[in-house]
Design a protein around this ligand. Structure first.
Ligand SMILES: NC(=O)c1ccc[n+]([C@@H]2O[C@H](COP(=O)([O-])OP(=O)(O)OC[C@H]3O[C@@H](n4cnc5c(N)ncnc54)[C@H](OP(=O)(O)O)[C@@H]3O)[C@@H](O)[C@H]2O)c1
Length: 209
């Protein structure tokens, strides 16, 4: 491969150089040189190795920090986004700055999804003759976001693309806007138990504001 279309900074955090290991220990997390990382990303773009460069899991706070020094703004911010984690403030901020939002876990992820189990979404799906997954993906699409939805099953892959020739009603949108919010991908979830104390949790949560 001579170039990639899009290259993302996966998380706004850094760990000590080592073999990739997961989960990580708190003591392995080091301060992130965000300006330096982004300069290297811009160099990848300048060399033609990445047609576009972007970020993932960046909050508005982290995007502001990045934009303060970036010569090339990120093209994309890939974040957790679904009816159970609606991110309206972040979406507005990205729209304002011309940063495209991509939704990951648009069905709420692989482990006990609060999206697929949502009573509200089930009611809307039943009334409209759609699946719960389609209601969720249509909602994501209506936010102006693209999405990376994952399935191993052929029939679901097809089902997940059949969301473009109909839309949610205002009443559906209102009901979805009132759903309880629950974030799945947290920084603490990437740390192994012995690396996390209550003080650490308070510190890493700062990364997520
Ligand atoms: N940038 C990041 O930090 C980040 C973090 C997390 C995930 N991601 C990426 O986001 C992508 C998707 O996220 P995800 O896998 O966490 O969550 P997801 O796409 O929201 O959910 C995947 C789960 O939903 C099931 N599913 C798919 N279509 C369905 C349907 N029509 N009806 C019912 N169930 C359905 C899948 O099961 P089956 O496979 O059995 O159909 C799987 O268990 C992945 O490619 C992943 O790499 C990125």
């Amino acid at each position: 491969m001579e170039y990639v279309d899009l290259y993302l900074v996966h998380w706004p955090m850094a760990v000590k150089p080592s073999k990739p290991h997961f989960p990580m220990k708190r003591e392995d997390i080091v301060p992130l040189d965000l300006a330096g990382v982004w300069r290297a990303m811009e160099e990848c773009h300048r060399l033609g190795l990445a047609k576009m460069i972007g970020v993932s899991n960046f909050t508005t706070k982290k995007l502001k920090e990045l934009l303060a020094t970036a010569k090339i703004p990120p093209a994309v911010n890939q974040v957790e986004l679904n009816p159970s984690w609606q991110q309206q403030k972040l979406i507005e901020f990205c729209k304002d700055k011309g940063i495209h939002v991509t939704a990951y876990s648009p069905l709420g992820g692989q482990f006990g999804s609060t999206v697929l189990e949502s009573k509200v979404l089930h009611e809307i799906a039943q009334a409209r003759g759609k699946s719960v997954a389609q209601i969720s993906l249509r909602w994501v699409y209506e936010q102006g976001a693209s999405m990376v939805v994952k399935s191993w099953k052929q029939e679901r892959l097809r089902e997940n693309t059949e969301i473009f020739d109909w839309e949610l009603s205002d009443e559906d949108r209102l009901k979805i806007s009132q759903m309880p919010q629950h974030k799945v991908a947290r920084v603490t979830g990437m740390l192994c138990p012995e690396g996390v104390s209550s003080v650490d949790i308070a510190e890493v949560d700062v990364l997520e504001t």
